[in-house]
Design a protein around this ligand. Sequence first.
Ligand code: GLC
Ligand code: GLC
Length: 654
Amino acid sequence: MADIKQVQQQAGLSLERLWPRMEITFHDEANAAPDDWHAFEGRLRHEWERLFGLLFGLYGGEYDFFYHLEELLKAAARSWFARPSWLKQLDARREATPAWFQSQQMVGSVCYVDLFAGTLHGLRERLPYFKQLGLTYLHLMPLFESPEGNSDGGYAVSSYRHVNPRLGTVEELAELAREFQEHGISLVLDFVFNHTSDEHEWARKAQAGNPEYERFYFLFPDRTMPDAYERTLREIFPTVRRGSFTWRQDIGKWVWTTFNSFQWDLNYSNPAVFRAMAEEMLFIANIGVEFLRLDAVAFIWKRMGTSCENQPEAHQIIQAFNSIARIAAPALLFKSEAIVHPDDVLSYISPRECQISYNPLLMALLWESLATSEVKLLDHSMRHRFRLPQETAWVNYLRSHDDIGWTFDDNDARWKWIDPVGHRSFLNQFYIGRFPGSFACGVSFQENPATGDARIAGTLASLAGLEQAIQSDVEQQIDLAVRRILMLHSIILSIGGIPLIYLGDEFGVLNDYSFASDPHKVNDSRWIHRPQADWSWRKRIENDPSSPYGCIFTRLLQLIRLRKQQPAISGNNTEFVDTGNGHLFGYVRHGGSQRLFVVTNFSDHPQEMNGNQLRVYGLGYSFTDLVTGQTLTAERPLRLEPYQFVWLETRKAV
Ligand code: GLC
Ligand code: GLC
């Protein structure tokens, strides 16, 4: 590790040498827009030491380090000059309130453009729907050019500069971003930066034997290196192919492919890769994207003898991207997609790395509590794992386009007398519907014959029991399933952070089994929960609370409105409390001089919480349940019906 003082000196000297050259290169642009140039210089000088330190740490030993550094600065300046003025205004606004996304006004959603609305044009026409939902954050699933047929749902990118022509154009996307921003909706896109598709121009050049581009990937002539790495690697897609490498007959080489065989891992130990991807990132930022979902962050740095996940350099790379964003696209923030051990998930979250992150632990443990009807593991884990640094936030979700993995900590489980291995196996059986009495209709994903490990696929509603209940046509079961679905939504809406709704779930959409007849999808069971939106069906039931779907939609909308009115839900302050009842999950939110006490019953039987406890945590004797409008008093125990939730506000003395 180089001495900090020394690196500071080197940073200073390097900028002294580089800046006059930048002034010459950008002489005309600077004269034409002097304010822009000054703003750029100011941000660059502010970030410089950090950026230089990170890049020097990663690439200082490379013979062409200084060349890449200069090219990177030029790319950043070019990108800043090209940045549309509406985005520069947004930059200034966001810099003035860096924690803006912690607001209770935030509500997120995610969808596939094609499955939800056909094209980008179709999606723009859905703006009234997004406003009806109260959205402020819209994640469009991968929409850049990707191979025909199986492209892992677009997660194999062939060009970061072109939208998949079936969906529209980059220009249309930029228009959409601006229009949605005018309506208070931030655009979120993926930055699939761990790998490209094997059809990306860089991969094609590597296939043609161009040595510069061969170094963009990990190519090996024989099994020596792959075997050595595989001794310590986890298999991510074992049903696609064993191991993490793919043999390419056409070039006579093994290629590192952590995910599908057509997704080639990029080699970030090469500074040219970092620079190339930084340029792609800035291009995407200038389309008008506010959050980049950093895909598969854990995997971007490889080190022999390790799992090649969560390596220190992975953090340095993301921090360096973050620093470049601060200089040339300040409104751009990062969302971490690290579906790994909870300690590792946390390690990506900071204002200097990823400002927001999926919360896979809360997601998995909500499903765990639903299966067991007990909240002990959820409560214990959240107590010491929910707190985040200032100016960051969780993205709390119930379902995504991916599978559910049981990523809780083994020792957390043991602490609560739960055997982690047996428990995971129980949860898998439960959600695949193999456990007697289970209400769930799910399927397994990537069952590993060697380890017995598996993950779960299925829609929120099917996993929560609606599919089975509708099939058996038992009113009471349907009612319980609807309650479960709303209860889970209530938690992500009230616990603090950004709630993220996987579109389709707002109606309780069921599993779609048709993927099994599509040859490009049949081997990836995640397609079971990626159905095509049926708008005529939606319209028909939207206002029909007698159908379970209409009921879910109407009540969810009410809950969203309720969330937006509660200042206590903004910010990062959640305190988990002991409800004295193993089925009741409780937490207190405070902020903006409001205090909310949320209690949720995970059992299908009525449960009670002692009045004294209620008084202690609620800080009062008399409460209003904001969900039902009822007045409650701590003189009696709090009684919750099956899967009921209350948002209690202390009643002010009149
Ligand atoms: C992420 C995506 C997942 C994809 C993988 C490879 O985990 O969420 O859908 O398969 O990355 O890009
Ligand atoms: C693994 C990865 C995660 C990815 C998922 C896709 O769990 O850790 O990043 O989303 O596979 O199924």
